[in-house]
Design a protein around this ligand. Sequence first.
Ligand SMILES: Nc1ncnc2c1ncn2[C@@H]1O[C@H](COP(=O)(O)OP(=O)(O)OP(=O)(O)O)[C@@H](O)[C@H]1O
Ligand SMILES: [Mg+2]
Length: 498
Amino acid sequence: MLELKNITKVCGANVLANDDVSISVRKGTIHAIVGENGAGKSTIMKIAYGFYNADSGEIFFNGNRVAIKTPQDAIALGIGMVHQHFMLVDNMTVAENIILGAETGSPISLDLDKANRDIKALSEELRLNIDPTALIEDLSVGQQQRVELLKALYRNAELLILDEPTAVLSPQEVDEFFGILRRMKDQGKTIIIITHKLDEVLAISDDVTVMRSGKVVGNVKTADTNAKELAKMIVGREVLLRVEKPDAHPGEPVLEVNDLSVRGRHGHGVRGMSFTVRNSEIVGVAGIEGNGQTELIEALAGLVPIDGGSVRFEGRDITNIGARRTKELGIAHVPEDRHKRGLLLRSNLAENAILGVHHRPPISTSGGLLNENAINQRVTEIIDRFDVRPPNPETTAKSLSGGNQQKLIIGREFELNPKLLLVSQPTRGVDIGAIEFIHRKVIELRDAGSAVLLVSAELEEVTALADRLLVFREGKIVGEVGPKTTSVEEIGLMMTGS
Ligand SMILES: Nc1ncnc2c1ncn2[C@@H]1O[C@H](COP(=O)(O)OP(=O)(O)OP(=O)(O)O)[C@@H](O)[C@H]1O
Ligand SMILES: [Mg+2]
């Protein structure tokens, strides 16, 4: 259905993002594309969608050579794409987003009533459970993603390109989502999916293409491969697919949360939670997304107001003191939504590296001026230690690949040597080599004395990293368990309340 032949693309000043890439996708199949952060996966797919134009190479669609210069060209051919980072307008409804086609700027139809009906029908057909009249800003990331899917389907896409669609979904949502993809495949649609999760590749795809450093390094049939072999092809070496950590030696309480409540945005919010995190321990949160995790972390980081109860840090009350003062006390925060909360996309790596500490020494002098040397030193350290690629402080955060953006945020927050680290979805969108690395860093921080509160939708990740596990349901803590002594099945049952 789609053949990309000998595509080469230089991005920015001199990054060879795609180097003679050829990929062939068979009609009616699900084709996975895997590879390290920065390997060129998003770039090659943006070329197929007309978002970028190749410097050289050819594209064939249904056997015909085509010129895809803009997304409109791709849409006209029946190609749809859901980007790694969504392109929805927050203060508009689902239907408005879909018919206005935010990225093409051309209104497809302005009959809102009809659109509402059509979108509702489409949503019901594939069991997407989306209300066309809902405002985007009121939807969870998982729901927003299904809106992106609806947007492509509404425009009659026959080939759907999905760039890391599951990165923002909980494991339960992934199962549902794969159900949707299989139904779409049964309807004859062709799907290209980029993902870092090998179990997903094995579960859903027919064919796999592996990319590394801008090139295709392998093509295999899914049925003929396994996770170990794929990992090796991706990274070019053996990867440890599990976490090894020494026992914790917790010290004094650092964070004491007492009967906390925080209003919910999508889900339940926080409804009366009490717990403690001590020095040198990792407390993990297990729970289905939308059960209070987001609100808890954002409230502790000072980003949203606390409605009831109190928070103490090293013995003093810090309830509602705000984000800046929270950070000044030595509390670092890796947010779940790296674009909204984590980065200034139009700013460069150096500017992003000092975000949150830009107003104090050594970054700022006592006279209020920025210290260029200190900034350079900080950004270089983060780039080196966290392997941010390309290693150029002048590049904009926007031009980094998704996984490299995440490494930049992780590096910035970890390098503060925080007394308390609030970390949400630390390895979302990160390749398997970098996951191994980030996990090691979290354990190093713990062993250097930090208190860590970790939220992850990946049950495997929290159980592997946490020393103690809090199980959340409907905004409450329904249990505290030892990850070593409790099975994943038991934790799953507590999460769902069954
Ligand atoms: N607009 C741009 N300007 C400059 N460089 C870019 C731009 N877009 C991509 N790049 C660079 O091209 C390379 C490939 O990026 P791409 O986003 O395709 O990687 P990826 O395989 O999708 O990675 P990830 O798994 O992290 O999403 C990276 O080095 C990236 O920094
Ligand atoms: Mg990408």
